[in-house]
Design a protein around this ligand. Structure first.
Ligand code: DX5
Ligand code: ZN
Length: 221
């Protein structure tokens, strides 16, 4: 089953709890949480305190995407705040293996993300240790950007390389009218921010994503 992971980066933070409950009702399995530090990316978002406070209100899988320099400094805090999956950027650390080990030491699922300019070969040696690979299909930092075509090829490569059961996730510029290409190319987890939270009816829009993803997946078999 394809997992839809709405990104709260585009949510209305004045009513975050209600908005997360709407995606849950709409059938999302993951909620994607973008953490930015103003260093690795030119934007600042939220930290462990926000994650801890929303943790009490939903059973969704917390898919935490760390866009921060030297993420090893904060893995413990995000694990303790309630993350289920912690994804770090290979470009942000000198010790990617240490990050993966640390995430796993807290019994969390470990993910690694690659920016648009980073090839799959940069993480080839660690793929066997991962629970998730996150392909960025926009430059990390902001929601609402256009999908970068070169992500298609990376998804195809990962589909060949990754053991079954691993999450192959794609993040950035995904809408109802291009979700078919990412699924057909190999993604089994799809992040969508503005396309979900920018809709008038968030629950209904989530359901449209979930139903369409399942339909496309059924066609792929
Ligand atoms: C961008 C973030 C994305 C973002 C996607 O750096 O990692 O998760 O929220 O937003 P959309 O779906 O609007 O491109
Ligand atoms: Zn993200």
């Amino acid at each position: 089953m394809i997992k839809i992971a709405p990104s709260i980066l585009s949510a209305d933070f004045s009513c975050l709890k209600e908005q997360i409950q709407q995606i849950e009702k709409g059938g999302a399995k993951y909620v994607h949480i973008d953490v930015m530090d103003g260093m690795f990316v030119p934007n600042i978002t939220m930290g462990p305190v926000v994650i801890e406070s929303i943790r009490k209100h939903t059973d969704l899988v917390f898919d935490v995407h760390l866009m921060i320099e030297e993420p090893e400094r904060y893995i413990k805090e995000f694990a303790e705040a309630g993350a289920d999956i912690i994804t770090v950027h290979v470009e942000a650390t000198k010790d990617i293996r240490g990050c993966i080990e640390k995430i796993k030491s807290f019994k969390k699922r470990a993910g690694v993300s690659i920016k648009p300019a980073t090839p799959v070969s940069a993480i080839k040696d660690i793929l066997g240790e991962l629970d998730m690979v996150l392909v960025m299909s926009v430059e990390p930092g902001f929601g609402g950007q256009k999908y970068i075509d070169s992500a298609d090829e990376k998804l195809r490569e990962l589909k060949e390389l990754m053991p079954a059961g691993t999450d192959i996730s794609v993040d950035g510029g995904i809408k109802l009218d291009n979700i078919d290409r990412v699924i057909k190319n190999g993604a089994n987890t799809v992040v969508a921010g503005s396309a979900v939270f920018g809709a008038e009816n968030i629950e209904e829009q989530t359901r449209l994503f979930v139903d369409l993803a399942n339909k496309i997946e059924a066609q792929c078999v």
